[in-house]
Design a protein around this ligand. Sequence first.
Ligand SMILES: CC(C)(COP(=O)(O)OP(=O)(O)OC[C@H]1O[C@@H](n2cnc3c(N)ncnc32)[C@H](O)[C@@H]1OP(=O)(O)O)[C@@H](O)C(=O)NCCC(=O)NCCS
Length: 171
Amino acid sequence: MMEAKTPSESMAIMTDLVLPSETNPLNNLFGGELLARMDRAASIAARRHSRRITVTASVNHVAFNKTVPLGSVLTVEAKISRAFRTSMEVYLDVWIEDRFSGERSKANEAIYTFVAVDDTGIPTEVPPIKPETSLEKERFAGALRRKQLSLVLAGKMNPHDATELKALFTD
Ligand SMILES: CC(C)(COP(=O)(O)OP(=O)(O)OC[C@H]1O[C@@H](n2cnc3c(N)ncnc32)[C@H](O)[C@@H]1OP(=O)(O)O)[C@@H](O)C(=O)NCCC(=O)NCCS
């Protein structure tokens, strides 16, 4: 068994401006650009955790709750919320800074799944994760049912076997 690591050991933070080529006709950040930024940050966190090549297996949840205006300073924070055998759930928190006060406000959230692979692309084991903060523990606890939901939606798991997920509806 590999030694467990904490989410903060592999956390990746990317801060960058929103430029005109990255916006839609309303001068707000284009959704695909945000997805790409989150994918990059998540990939770095997954790579730091596993010390392997990592690939995006699925994008499980993205909510575009707030528009991000042109010129914003956007910060994407990626943390591993749970590591399974070869896959890792990565939580993305996206923040924008107020130009005048400098205060951060939450713009978006997303959850991605990455898989560590060897040089030939075969999935390979990753170290376990040891959550520390209460938020890390909460995200860790929900990760198994989200994995099951993602696998069921991808047609890779029989809903019958998704015990954690089913418990949500039957308890
Ligand atoms: C991701 C990939 C390696 C998974 O391969 P696979 O043949 O399904 O391999 P496995 O069945 O052994 O699954 C590997 C892990 O991924 C997880 N997984 C696979 N598909 C998943 C999905 N849709 N959602 C969540 N987890 C998934 C499995 O549960 C397993 O996790 P575990 O080992 O931690 O329990 C493979 O599909 C791949 O290489 N995809 C392309 C990735 C890529 O190029 N991404 C960028 C797209 S542009």
